[in-house]
Write a protein that binds this ligand. Structure first.
Ligand code: NAD
Ligand code: DAU
Length: 355
């Protein structure tokens, strides 16, 4: 049997970003065994990895990070040497309607993993516990300035509060027990395989189906968008060359108001769907704002760029077009992932926002 040099537990590997991380590790590091550990919630989908799931270094284990039994078992069955932790409840709107799921998955689940890793690894020889987090822990910016690694935490949604809490636990395990860790906080990702409740795939799919396009509030909230494969690349770089105990911000200096982004998607799709110019924009509806809606996120990633040499690989215009093409070519994937209760759930939520 092949000897692997590392046995990396990737939690949440069946989700959007996790599947890109798993794919990158499988392809670039055949000497590593990649154990994708995922509960397969509504957001997790093994079809995301169907192009690589026969790789000899890939293993999938269905399990829940909140379960001590599941986590203990995967560590001992596969001799886990490192963790890249992405599993989480990730959608802000769902955290507003049901915060407890976020406390369980994001806080309790992270602490469960930390406990088992600490116990299993003992003297922490060459292990890494890498926690993937979000820029939302820093709160909301005014017109000027960028989030830096030293920006004080100010989470303002149940989602960001749960992620901030998990970040604090990861740092506490480093300071208290010496657990070797890294943390990264990334801005909004976009690209293939993102669950279509998030802004970009939601708008693409609604345009395709000629459904209304919900824009929250005045549409002037700003997000800083990063190509998901650039995030996976940054995770690879930080995992391999980041310093023990350090935090790295990840982002592409690519700020867009939501309304400009939605309009851009309308224009791209007028063209690709051969619709008259301006037709898709007529679907835009300004709807009730998200409660506590953060106004602006923007990331300063200069530490990562200067210390570890990472930089984004593609321009937003190109990435957006590739993303649109992927969704147009993968309508079966969309149908599959939104089957079950999702469509009904979405229609109910949308009706509430319009009323
Ligand atoms: P996602 O919702 O697409 O995927 C989350 C995955 O975690 C799913 O496969 C789900 O089945 C799994 N999961 C959830 N609860 C679990 C549990 N209890 N046990 C095991 N698996 C469980 O999320 P994503 O957008 O890919 O985000 C991944 C990570 O990156 C999250 O930690 C998120 O906070 C962080 N992040 C996301 C973004 C973004 O723009 N999407 C930006 C920065 C950071
Ligand atoms: O910043 C990183 C975060 O980005 C991640 O940590 C989260 O996991 C991820 O979901 C994302 O959070 P956002 O709340 O920024 O993403 P979302 O796609 O839900 O919304 C993007 C913006 O678009 C936000 O300002 C709300 C707005 N929006 C969203 C939806 C779903 C709309 O106007 N209409 C919509 O229908």
């Amino acid at each position: 049997m092949k000897e692997f040099t590392k046995h990396i537990l990737v939690t949440g590997g069946a989700g959007f970003i996790g599947s890109h991380v798993v794919r990158r590790l499988l392809i670039n590091y055949p000497d590593y065994r990649v154990i994708n550990f995922d509960r397969l919630t509504y957001a997790g989908n093994l079809q995301n990895l169907k192009d690589v799931d026969t790789a000899p270094n890939y293993v999938f284990v269905k399990g829940d990070i909140t379960s001590q039994q599941d986590v203990n078992k995967v560590f001992s069955d596969y001799g886990i040497t490192d963790v890249i932790h992405l599993a989480a409840e990730s959608h802000v709107d769902r955290s507003i309607s049901g915060p407890m799921d976020f406390v369980l998955a994001n806080v309790v689940g992270t602490v469960q993993l930390l406990n088992v890793a600490r116990e299993y690894w003992g003297d922490f020889q060459n292990n890494v516990f890498y926690h993937i987090s979000t820029d939302e822990v820093y709160g909301s910016l005014g017109d000027q300035g960028l989030f830096e690694e030293t920006t004080a935490y100010d989470p303002r949604s149940p989602y960001s509060a749960s992620k901030a809490s998990s970040d604090h636990f990861v740092r506490a395990y480093h300071h208290t027990y010496g657990l070797p860790i890294r943390i990264s906080n990334c801005s909004n990702n976009y690209g293939s395989h993102q669950f279509p409740e998030k802004l970009i795939p939601l708008i693409i799919n609604n345009i395709v189906q000629q459904k209304e396009l919900p824009v929250y509030g005045d549409g002037k909230n700003i997000r800083d968008w990063l190509w998901v494969e650039d995030h996976a690349h940054a995770i690879d770089v930080i995992f391999h060359t980041g310093k023990n105990g350090e935090t790295y911000n990840i982002g592409g200096l690519n700020e867009w108001t939501n309304i400009d982004l939605v309009r851009r998607l309308c224009t791209i799709l007028d063209d690709k769907l051969n619709r008259p110019s301006g037709m898709n924009e007529q679907l835009i509806r300004f709807v009730t704002d998200r409660a506590g809606h953060d106004r602006r996120y923007a990331i300063d990633a200069s530490k990562l760029t200067q210390e570890l040499g990472w930089s984004p690989s593609i321009r937003f215009e190109e990435g957006l077009e590739k993303t649109v093409d992927w969704y147009l070519a993968n309508t079966d994937w969309v149908k599959h992932i939104t089957s079950g209760d999702y469509t009904k759930y979405y229609e109910q939520q949308y009706a509430l926002r319009k009323s």
